[in-house]
Design a protein. Structure first.
Ligand code: PLP
Length: 492
């Protein structure tokens, strides 16, 4: 096998500007880059780090796909060995395929014992809808506002995150959008309804849709939701929400689909699947992204009854690449590494630390309106006014940019107002990494407060210079480390 530097030489020989020009010419403009004004050219990844063409090291806080760490050697080895042995379709018997199905279903509640393999999250959700529509003989789907479930036609239709954008295609009549259960910035907040049962308040619109659908005789085919909504801005539904919703949907004859494409495989720390945090059992679960650690593989997991009804149509399910031995060997390696390296436990420990420290920052910086999360899935909502919870999109963008430009830490922003700083790093994220993020983030917030103070001298500014100096010192040390690592890269 070629070593890392040979691979970089082979695949990344162009100057960055040539890469940009070729991309502009041949790649559809709808494919947007991160950091559009100064995009990153990433040539190598290792663990929780990514390296650009100059050898600069970036701390990756956004890649929930590289779940067990970029280019994890065991995963790479499993894929390469299987690739060198045989890769064919799932119409042949293969142990990696059945083992992968066993490994996945062993982690699920007992009723979810049958798998269909696919190549992406979009395909998983598309198939989940087909299974639900076939089983229920109904068409209508309930989805949550701001949800994203993939790029295929069928799942774009249930993704308000996309179809509500200017230029998005109109929502079909058979899709019903319920409010996102965001208790900080949504329709029912803990501020407006301090003593209310927020789970019940957010479940009510879904109960109403179900009642309407029963009354008009159409019923419901499915309710689909991410167990924690990521595109919605790292949303944790209030306890009891999914139970109330699942009950309503089941009463209307529908099935419940949990989209675990982003939040599955131990990311939430306390559980392997995020739906487990609400004590519910979905009828269908979609998984993808982290399952392949960067390799395209996904699955739909369901009950024998739903799978049998799909079989009974007489139309066979065939997917050329879904369930090929290479993808399955990789997925098996990912699940093995999660266990061996106790990454779920790491997510829980680090998540608690990050939440505690970010809440501490919230005490110090008024621009932090809310800190929420579970495991290594954390959101920090920036506001310009805590009282009114006014989203501060501009500052969020500025922070994301400064974190990358100055601190070489990659974070992203999301949510309906794009003001939530999102953290969903590879699960090998360490305490040292968390501190690196926190120090950099603190420097950004401090500078932001200084700038606010300069613009409005009546706003108090305290201790800001020492924080910025400390962060600058740390940055200088880190740069020395980058230099060392740069030499390391060039010598491998
Ligand atoms: C929650 C969720 N579901 C589905 C998808 C679609 O997955 P893919 O891009 O692998 O098709 C995504 C992708 O971002 C996602 O975040």
């Amino acid at each position: 096998m070629p070593n890392a530097s040979e691979q970089i030489m082979a695949s990344q020989q162009m100057s960055k500007s040539d890469t940009i020009n070729l991309r502009k010419k041949h790649i559809g403009q709808a494919c947007q880059l991160f950091y559009r004004s100064d995009p990153l050219k990433i040539v190598r990844g290792q663990g929780q780090y990514m390296f650009d063409e100059e050898g600069t090291r970036f701390l990756d806080c956004i890649n929930n796909v590289a779940h067990v760490g970029h280019c994890h050697p065991e995963v790479v080895r499993a894929g390469a060995m299987q690739m060198a042995t045989i890769s064919t379709n799932n119409r042949f018997l293969h142990d990696e395929l059945v083992q992968c199905a066993k490994n996945l279903t062993d982690k699920m509640p007992a009723e979810l014992s049958v798998c269909f393999f696919v190549n992406s999250g979009s395909e998983a959700n598309d198939l989940a809808l087909r299974l639900a529509r076939n089983y229920t003989r109904r068409q209508d789907v309930i989805t949550l506002d701001h949800a994203y479930h993939g790029h295929l036609q069928s799942v774009m239709e249930i993704s308000p995150y996309k179809f509500n954008q200017p230029g998005g295609e109109p929502k079909p009549e058979y899709v019903h959008v319920a409010p996102c259960p965001d208790i900080y910035g949504g329709q029912f907040t803990d501020k407006l309804y301090p003593n209310a049962n927020l789970a019940a308040l957010y479940a009510k619109p879904i109960e109403d849709i179900c009642a309407r659908q029963l009354a008009n005789g159409q019923g419901v085919a499915a309710f689909i939701a991410e167990s924690l909504q990521s595109c919605g801005g790292q949303i944790l539904p209030p306890a009891g929400y999914f139970q109330a919703v699942y009950d309503a949907v089941h009463s209307a004859g529908g099935l419940c689909i949990a989209d675990e494409v982003q939040v599955g495989f131990g990311r939430v720390g306390s559980h392997y699947w995020a739906f487990e945090t609400q004590g519910v059992v979905p009828d269908i679960v979609s998984v993808a992204k982290p399952m392949g650690n960067g390799h395209p593989v996904g699955a739909v997991v369901t009950t024998p009854e739903i799978a049998q009804a799909f079989h009974a149509t007489g139309v066979a399910y065939f997917n050329t690449y879904g369930g090929n031995p290479v993808s399955c060997a990789i997925a098996n390696a990912v699940m093995r590494v999660i266990e061996q390296e106790q990454l779920q436990q790491n997510a829980q420990r680090l998540g608690e630390y990050l939440l505690r420290e970010c809440n501490q920052l919230k005490q110090e910086f008024d621009c932090i309106g809310d800190v929420r999360g579970m495991g290594l899935f954390v959101g920090i909502e920036l506001v310009s006014d805590r009282e009114t919870r006014t989203p501060d999109t501009k500052t969020a963008h500025w922070v994301v940019d400064r974190m990358k430009q100055v601190h070489k830490v990659l974070v992203s922003s999301d949510g309906p107002n794009d003001n939530v700083i999102k953290l969903k790093p590879p699960m090998c994220f360490s305490l040292e990494n968390a501190d690196e993020f926190l120090l950099a983030f603190r420097e950004c917030l401090t500078l932001h407060m200084q700038q606010l103070h300069a613009a409005h001298p009546d706003v108090a500014a305290d201790n800001t210079n020492s924080v910025i100096t400390t962060a600058a010192d740390t940055l200088a040390n880190k740069t020395k480390r980058f230099d060392r690592e740069d030499r390391f890269i060039k010598s491998v």
